[in-house]
Design a protein around this ligand. Sequence first.
Ligand code: NI
Length: 173
Amino acid sequence: MAIKQILTVPNPVLKQVSRSVERVDDKTRALMDDMLETMYDAPGIGLAAIQIGVPLRIIVMDLTEAEAEPEPKYFINPEILDDVEELRLWEEGCLSVPDFYEEVERPERVKLRYLNYDGEEVTEWAKGMYSTCIQHEMDHLNGVLFIDHLSRLKRQRAIKKVQKAEREAETDE
Ligand code: NI
């Protein structure tokens, strides 16, 4: 396993649409292992492959509390089959937009279909935090960031904040 570099805005790679995984094999699993290690190291609760520069429809996630036993989840080629009208407003963040948080409204429940770590098909409803997180991560697969759901002004502010922090980190080195 290896910790990969997480791309940040406004890197144009993050705007790419990822392609489907054709076969779930050991290479796919090695990528997911790296993604999970990178996510835990950050630390974060979700990561899409494109965030480490790999344009494949793969997501890793772990929504358990920091002190609890890890419960990693893996999603290959996830699709949303259904959702509900009821919306959930939640403050989101993203490892590609570090230290910026803003509320986004998304369906409170979504019905998912995806392949798991072993390449088996899973269909289930995600609700609450799980629903918010998987929708955020699935946006990444289509080149959409959570800041794209905000006003242009807020989005530009977020990007400037990230760029400024990176510039300052560089001069500190
Ligand atoms: Ni994100």
